[in-house]
Design a protein around this ligand. Sequence first.
Ligand code: C2E
Ligand code: MG
Ligand code: MG
Length: 593
Amino acid sequence: MTPRPSPSGCAWDVLADARVLAVAPPAGDGDPLLALLRRSGFSQVRRAARGADALAQLDADTDVILLDTVLADMDAAEFCERLADRPEAPPVLLMLPAAAPRGPHPLLPEGVADVLPRPLREIELAMRISVAARLQRERRLLRMREIELRQAAHERSRLRGLLLRREGRDAATGLYSRQRFRQALDAALLAVRAGAGPIGLLVLNLDRFRHLRCQLGQHDADRLLREVAALLRTQVGADGLAAQLEGDEFAMLLHGCTPEAAAERAERVRAAIAQLTTDAEGEAWHASASIGIAAVDAEAGAEASLSRAQRAAYVARMRGGNMVHSYRADDRELADQRANAHCSARLRQALASNGFQLVFQPVVRIADLAVDHYEALVRLVGEDGELLLPGEFIAVAERTGLIHDIDRWVVGAAIDFLQRVSTVRAQLALNINLSGRAFQDDRLLPFICRKLNETGVRAERITFEITETAAIANVEATREMVSQLRQLGCRFALDDFGAGFASYSYLKELRVDVLKIDGTFIRNLAEDPMDQVLVRSMVDIARALGKQTVAEFVGDQRTLELLGDYGVDYAQGFYVGRPSSALLPRRLRLTRA
Ligand code: C2E
Ligand code: MG
Ligand code: MG
C-alpha cells in the first residue's frame, strides 16, 4: 500500500498495486481511460475492449473490473451474467454514461459493486477502486483461511479417527468395534471362569430404526446413533465397555453386575433413550430400544452368552419394543423364531432341489358329474418323504418373501402337468392358487407368458385362484393382476368366498369368473338352515353377475344334492375326491355314503 498524495493534494490511501481490468471500447487517441487510471495511481492495469476478451483475460488475482455499460460484443448485463458463472469473480465498478441520471440505480446487473458516473475524476476513481480492491483481497484472504481451517479440522478428525481405530473404536461414535468387543468378551469369560465377580451382558437394538432411516434420511439417523452412543458411554461406568456391534445394534459389558443389577442398569438406558426425540417430517419421533440381558456364562462360553443377550433383545422387540428382557431358555418367541428359521431354511432347500410336489383335487360338475377340472395344491416333501401341507409353511414363506419363488414354482409345475396330460386329457383344466402377495411379484406375469409359450398349453385351461381376503386387502393391485392374466386368456376365481366381511361389495370391482364358496358354509350345510340361506343367496348373486360357483368341502351325498338343487355349478371336497397325484375317471360314479 502506498500512501500517495492525490492530485488535489490530500493523502489518499491508494492501493497502487490493485490489479484492475478496465473493460471499455477505445475512445479517442491514446486510450484516455488507461491514462486516467495511471494518473489515479494504479500501475497494474490491463485493458480489454470487448467483453469476451476481458473474460478470457480474467484471472484469480484480478481485484476489480472497471466496466463500461455498452461494449462492442455485449452489454454490461450480459457481461455480469457471464461473470457470475466464474468462481470468486472480482467486483465490478460500472462506469455510467455522462447522460445517465444521478442517484440510486435500481436495475443494476448483479455483481456490480459500485457505479462511477462520468466524467470520471481521478480522486473518486482512486478511492472507489482502492476500496473495492481491498474488500476483494480481504474476501480472498478469508476464503483461504476458511480452506486452511477446514483442512486443519479434517486433518484433526482424521488423526482422531486413526487413534480411535487403533484403540478398536468407531471413529464416528467413539464406541468399541465388534472385534474389540469380542476380545473383551473373551477376557471377561476368562475372568468369570477364574472366579471374578459376575459380568452382565447387554445387547440393545433401536426399534424401527430402518423405518426411521427411510423417513429421516441417513444424516439424521446417524445423528441418532451418535446420541445413543454418547448415552451408552456415560452409562457404562469406568469398568464397563460399550460397543457398536453393527448399525443399530449395541452391546455393553458390565463388570461386577449380576443379571438383576444389569437389568436395572438396562432400565436406566432404556428410559434415557426413550427421551431422545427427533423431528420426522414435522412430527416428533421418539426413539426407543429393545434391550436384552444375559450373564457372561462360564459354561456356555462367549459366543453363546452373546447370542443369549441378542435373543433376549429379540424377545423384547417381539413384545412391542421399548423394553428390557432378561434371557430365559424357555422364551416362546425364541422357539417360534427357531421354528421359522428352520422352516425357511427347508423352503430354500426345497426351491433349490425341486423339493415341492403338486397334488390334484377333483372339482366335479354337479349337473353331469363330469370331472375335467382339478385344483392343484402344493406340498413340501418332508425329510422322511412325508408331504407337508401349505398350512405348515405358506405363512413363513410369506414372511420371508420366499412365497414369490413358490408361486412361480407352482405355476411352472402346474403348466408342465397340463402339457404332460395333453395327449390323453386335452380338455383337462387346472385351478392354480396364487398367494396373497403374487401381485407384488413383477416376474410372475412374464414367467406365465413364457411358460405358456414354451409348452403350448392353452391359457383357457387355467383358472387362477386368489383368496378373497388377500384380494380385498389389495383391491387395486389385485384388479390390475386379474385384468392382465385375463388378457392372456386365463380365468380367475375368488377363493374362500364369503369368509371376509365385505364379500359382496368387491364383487363388482374384481372381474372374476368363478366364486368358490368358503368351506365353512358347506361343511354343515345339510344340518344348518342358516348356511342354507347364505349359500342360496351367494348363488343368486353369482348368477345375477354371470359368475360360476364352486362349493368347497363337500363331505357327503346329501350336501352334493342340496348344492345341485341350489344351482351351484361345481363341487369339490373329500366326498368327491381327496387331493392326490392320480387323476379320477372322466365321469364320477359316486356311492352313497
Ligand atoms: P384352498 O385353496 O381353499 O384349498 C382347499 C383346501 O381345503 C386344501 O387344503 C384342501 O386339501 C382342503 N380341502 C378340500 N376339500 C376338503 C374337505 O372336504 N375337507 C377338508 N377338511 N379339507 C378339504 P390344503 O391343500 O391344505 O391347502 C390349504 C390352503 O393353502 C389352500 O386353500 C390355499 O389357500 C393354500 N394353498 C394350497 N396350495 C397352494 C399353492 O400351490 N400355492 C399357494 N400360494 N397357496 C396354496
Ligand atoms: Mg384354492
Ligand atoms: Mg378355498
